[in-house]
Design a protein around this ligand. Structure first.
Ligand code: SF4
Ligand code: MG
Length: 283
């Protein structure tokens, strides 16, 4: 059986020392080992951005896709070979700006994959422009007068889009992060996990200390019920989106593959996809 070291390769990450993405990488590797996966059963599909490099740093199948397009690739991969555990990963710029159309529709499509967003509230790779997650007034060298747009609330958006699994964590909290990745992979449907992953080089506002001061742990909310969508929405709004833990899970809704008429049990890649003329005429 594979152990943690089997998910490591010899590629040295070129993230800045202290970048939150290191912990996300380590947590995916640990979760995969804890779940008893083998490297050849796991595929990591990433987009573009500092975080997009993650697919090259884990010993598993890896696909470094194009900007904002990790999700179409990941969904196609899962539909073609459902034996694979598919994890899509990217940044807040990748997933919530150019990729937002894919993110919303992937959520409502509910294909059985995991989507991890490394949310540092900035564009790191291009040296610090405000991202859709940057707060109004957020100043960088690239936006000296401050961001004008309202910051996006991705978890509320996910709930509104019909998400069946919504969670949030912090890259400093390895125990929680690893556990949530395991739960996300085990979830039968699209699992959305937003991770506060500080950019230590360009974001001098949303630092490790800032997150520690502002995060609200779900475990500290009495009688929180993660199956209650209205409660999830209310608590997210009350905490300005800073809630961490398993925020919402619907275990009753079937995944996309379970809903497709005639979708056979064996992976699509192994099927004869030809359709007879007679069957075609009936369509
Ligand atoms: Fe991480 Fe920011 Fe460095 Fe990119 S620029 S590797 S996000 S710390
Ligand atoms: Mg970013």
């Amino acid at each position: 059986m594979a152990t943690l070291k089997d998910f490591r390769n010899n590629v040295k990450p070129n993230w800045c020392p202290g970048c939150g993405d290191f912990s996300v990488q380590a947590s995916i590797q640990r979760a995969a080992a804890n779940l008893g996966l083998e490297p050849e059963q796991l595929a990591i599909v990433s987009g573009i951005g500092c975080s997009g490099r993650i697919s090259g740093y884990i010993n598993a199948y890896g696909f470094h896709g194009t900007h904002g397009r990790a999700l179409p690739i990941a969904q196609g991969l899962k539909m073609a070979n459902r034996d694979l555990t598919v994890v899509a990963a990217g940044g807040d710029g990748d997933g919530f700006a150019i990729g937002m159309g894919h993110t919303i529709h992937a959520i409502r499509r509910n294909i059985d994959i995991t989507y991890i967003v490394m949310d540092n509230q900035i564009y790191g790779l291009t040296k610090g422009q405000p991202s859709p997650r940057s707060a109004e007034g957020f100043k960088t060298k690239g936006a000296p007068h401050g961001a004008i747009e309202t910051a996006l609330a991705p978890l509320e958006l996910a709930l509104a889009a019909g998400a069946t699994f919504v969670a949030q964590s912090f890259s400093s909290n390895l125990k929680q992060l690893t556990s949530l990745i395991e739960q996300a992979i085990n979830h039968k449907g699209f699992a959305f996990l937003n991770v506060f992953s500080p950019c230590v080089t360009f974001n001098k506002i949303n630092t490790y200390d800032w997150f520690k001061q502002n995060i609200v742990e779900i475990d500290d909310i009495p009688d929180y019920d993660p199956s209650n969508r209205a409660m999830a929405m209310m608590k997210l709004m009350e905490t300005n989106g800073m809630l961490t833990g398993l925020i919402y899970q619907d275990t009753n809704k079937k995944s996309y593959a379970d809903m497709v008429t005639g979708f056979k049990e064996e992976p699509l890649a192994h099927q004869d996809l030809k359709i007879s003329e007679e069957d075609f005429d009936k369509l």
